[in-house]
Design a protein around this ligand. Structure first.
Ligand SMILES: [Mg+2]
Length: 400
């Protein structure tokens, strides 16, 4: 009897950051503390169960729970697990022909398909995608927002204390939001605060932690301030500069010149906004090697597709540094599985969502690393007691 998907449930699950987050360069207000993941559970006739966060579908323009239900019925319900992926020499190489368009359009469907097939075969996601590449996954703390503006009476001290707490919790890499002078402060005051924050965190955490910055395009149309930021923060030896300006060949040639002059060891990274990678300006940025790391989102793009993208990036010696913010607790789980499968790995973005509905007590960062998941599939399952309380009251059940 072929194994087919015979029941799917969907439920919204609250996902809370470890603390309240301030704004970044483009959000009009702080990010607050609570987000939502749309947990899909797909069960097969053979007793396998897989999970994914389908929030990109619900949050998309025109998205709704009804639309998600219709898509799940069309793509997954009643389908044989074996037809979801093409397997060659034991590894997933492509989406199955009947579902290819859907899995290309929705990365979460790609992740669900890979998890279903991997669990059905009794192996890990990484093993199905080509092999386990590492036992530990370095990750970075990604919640150092404009905490100074959230607590203006404490200002700079508040941001530095935020990073100190992350260090005490086990992180050894930190990404710092900058770009205050775009929309959050005046350009001159924002530049000054950005520089103080970077140098202050370096001073507080010492020379051995890795620090990166993300401006969310906050230095657009400020060439003088961009140059001053890069020059003044060069003693901090940043690991990467992310989205300092909107991606274009012209802008990145300027940025490359600044980086080569002031911080040649620092990577230029971008690409989280690319929903169909590589597309738009990123085609040229990659071809001309004007970026060193590329960042399409893990859940938006999917596991199989990210693995395929890696091959193209490797030809240009560009590092995969996927975006993973907003994907909920599931994002950490999916990110660890992807990190375990990629040949090159830099660091996993951790938005630090508290445990919610997964039985994932072992997902703890120790000295900067998480343990790579062993599988089967993503290597994590839903805690039934927690789900009964949190998920069931809001659950949609989809059956034939
Ligand atoms: Mg970013």
């Amino acid at each position: 009897m072929p194994d087919t998907i015979d029941q799917i449930t969907v439920a919204p699950i609250p996902a809370r950051h470890w603390t309240e987050l301030g704004r970044n360069a483009y959000t009009p207000e702080g990010l607050g503390e609570t987000r939502t993941e749309w947990l899909v559970r797909a069960r097969t006739s053979g007793g396998v169960e897989s999970y994914v966060n389908a929030k990109h579908s619900v949050a998309a323009e025109g998205g709704s729970i009804a639309r998600l239900e219709a898509d799940l019925r069309e793509v997954f319900l009643g389908r044989e697990v074996d037809s979801l992926l093409e397997i060659s020499s034991g590894h997933a190489v492509a989406a199955g022909s009947e579902v290819r368009a859907a899995l290309m359009a929705w990365g979460w469907m790609d992740i669900l398909a890979v998890d279903l097939v991997a669990r059905n075969r009794g192996e890990s996601t990484a093993s199905l995608l080509g092999g386990r590449r590492r036992d530990r996954v370095p990750a970075y703390e990604s919640t150092t927002y404009f905490q100074d503006l959230l607590h203006p009476h404490r200002g700079l001290d508040e941001v530095i204390d935020h990073a100190r707490r992350g260090f005490a919790h086990g992180f050894r890499q930190f990404k710092i939001k900058v770009g205050r002078g775009g929309r959050a402060m005046t350009p001159a005051a924002g530049l000054r605060r950005d520089i103080e924050v970077v140098l202050g965190i370096r001073d507080a955490l010492g020379p051995d932690v890795r620090l990166m910055v993300d401006a969310n395009f906050g230095y657009d149309h400020q060439p003088g301030n961009l140059a001053e930021f890069i020059r003044e923060t060069s003693p901090a030896k940043l690991t990467w500069l992310e989205e300092m300006v909107t991606g274009s060949v012209e802008a990145y040639k300027t940025l490359r010149d600044l980086q080569a002059t002031h911080c040649p060891q620092t990577l230029l990274v971008a690409g989280e906004v690319d929903s169909n990678p590589p597309s738009g300006a990123f085609v040229d940025l990659i071809d001309q090697r004007l970026v060193d790391g590329y960042q399409p989102d893990i859940v938006r793009i999917g596991h199989l597709r990210w693995k395929q993208l890696e091959t193209r990036l490797a030809e240009k010696s560009i590092l995969p540094i996927p975006h993973n913010f907003g994907n909920g607790r599931f994002g950490l789980i999916a990110g660890l599985a992807l990190a375990t499968s990629l040949d090159n790995w830099v660091s996993l973005e951790d938005e630090r969502i508290r445990p919610n509905v997964y039985a994932d007590d072992e997902l703890t960062i120790v000295n900067g690393d998480y343990q790579a998941p062993a599988g089967p599939g993503l290597g994590v399952h839903v805690d039934d007691d927690a789900y009964t309380r949190i998920g069931v009251p809001n659950e949609v059940v989809i059956r034939a």
